[in-house]
Write a protein that binds this ligand. Sequence first.
Ligand SMILES: NC(=O)c1ccc[n+]([C@@H]2O[C@H](COP(=O)([O-])OP(=O)(O)OC[C@H]3O[C@@H](n4cnc5c(N)ncnc54)[C@H](O)[C@@H]3O)[C@@H](O)[C@H]2O)c1
Ligand SMILES: [Zn+2]
Ligand SMILES: [Zn+2]
Length: 374
Amino acid sequence: MKTKGPLLWSLNEPFRVDEIDLGDPVENEVQIRMHAAGMCHSDYHLTTGATPIGLPALGGHEGAGVITKVGKGVTGLEEGDHVILAFIPACGQCLPCLKGFRSLCDRGALLLGGKAIADGTSRIHAGSREVSPMNLLGTFAPYMTVHKDSVVRIDPDVPFEAAAIMGCAVPTGFGSATNVADVQPGETVIVVGVGGIGTSALQGAVISGAKHVIAIDPVPFKRDQALKFGATHVYPTMAEAVVPIIDLTYGIMAQKTIIAVGEIRGEMIEEAMTLTAKTGTCVVTGMGSLLDVDVKLNLFLFTMLQKTLKGNIFGGGSSHVETPRLIGLYKSGMLKVDEMVSQTYRLEDINQGYQDMLDGKNVRGVITFDQADW
Ligand SMILES: NC(=O)c1ccc[n+]([C@@H]2O[C@H](COP(=O)([O-])OP(=O)(O)OC[C@H]3O[C@@H](n4cnc5c(N)ncnc54)[C@H](O)[C@@H]3O)[C@@H](O)[C@H]2O)c1
Ligand SMILES: [Zn+2]
Ligand SMILES: [Zn+2]
C-alpha cells in the first residue's frame, strides 16, 4: 500500500515526510493502523549519527494502533486488536530470553539493520530505495507492517496517546528504577534528566517507596513537572546537588542514581558516581554516540566504595510482562501517563516536535494520526 512517513535521507537534516510503499504482512507479521506515536530522544540520535542506521531511515519506535491485517501463522492477535509496539522483538528462544532477560534478546542485533525479521527482506521502500525503519518499527508512519513479536495487545479502553508512550518511555524509565536499579523502600534515588524516560524512572522510584526522590535537570519547566510527578527535591545540575544531598542523607548519598539525560557524555559518569552511596548503583539509561569510548571515573573510589555501574535497555524487563503491570498501575491512578503527554503534533510537524524536545518544552511530545493520514 502507499502511505507516508518522515524519512531521514542524510545526517544532520530534518525528517522529510515522503510517500512510502509498505508491504503486506508475510508469515508471522501484522499490519497496524497507527493512532499515536511518542517522540523519544532515541529517534533524534538517528539524525546526528550517534545511533547509526542505514539511510534512508524511517523514524519512530514508540506507538500504539489497531491491527488491520494478520499474516499466516500469527496466533493471539486479530484484526481490530488495540496494540502497542515493543522496541525489542523478543524471540523467547535465545539464551537471554530463556534466562528471562527478554529486553536483551539476541534479535537486538538486527534492530538497526532495516530488514524484516520474518524473511530478511525490506518491507518499506521509497521509490527504488529500501528504507530502514527504526528498531524494525517506524511508528511515525500512519501504517506499519511488523513482526508479531514486536506487538503487545492491550485493553481497548486505554487511550492511544498514553498507550503509545507505554511502548518505550514508560517501561524503559520505570523499569530502570524497579528492575535494573531495584529501588527498595526507604532509599534515596536520584534521576538525572527528567524527560520522558527520567519522569518514568522518577515514578518507578516513587511507587517503589523511595524516601527521597531527587530530580536533576537544567530546565526549570522539567523541574516543576518533576515535583508534580512525585520528586521530593529538584536541582539544576549534579554539581549543585552535591552539598544539599550530603545534608539530606547525612553524607550517605543516594543508594540508586539513574542517568536519563538526552545525550550522555563520559564525564557525567564521575559526577553521578559522586552522588551515589557506598555499595550504591548508578544506572545508565541515557544514550551517547556509538563511537564515544571515553568515560571519567575515579577508579580508586569506585573500587574502595564497592559501587556498581549498570547499563539498561528497555527497563530490563519483558514487554509482555511489563505492559499489563504498567497498564494496571496507570488504571489505578498510581502511574501518571496522560500527564506526561505535554503536547500532540500532526505528523507534518514532527521537526517542530523535536525542536520542542530539544528546547525542553515537553515531558513527551506525541504525534497523533487520524483520517487525514490513513
Ligand atoms: N536505554 C534504553 O533502552 C533507552 C530507551 C529510550 C531512550 N533512551 C535514551 O534515554 C535518554 C532520554 O530520552 P528522553 O526521550 O527522555 O529524552 P528527553 O530529551 O525528553 O529528556 C532528556 C532530559 O535530560 C535533560 N538534560 C540534558 N542535559 C542534562 C544534564 N547535563 N543534566 C541533567 N539533565 C540534563 C533535558 O533537559 C531533558 O529534560 C536519551 O539518550 C534516549 O536516547 C534509552
Ligand atoms: Zn525510546
Ligand atoms: Zn530472544
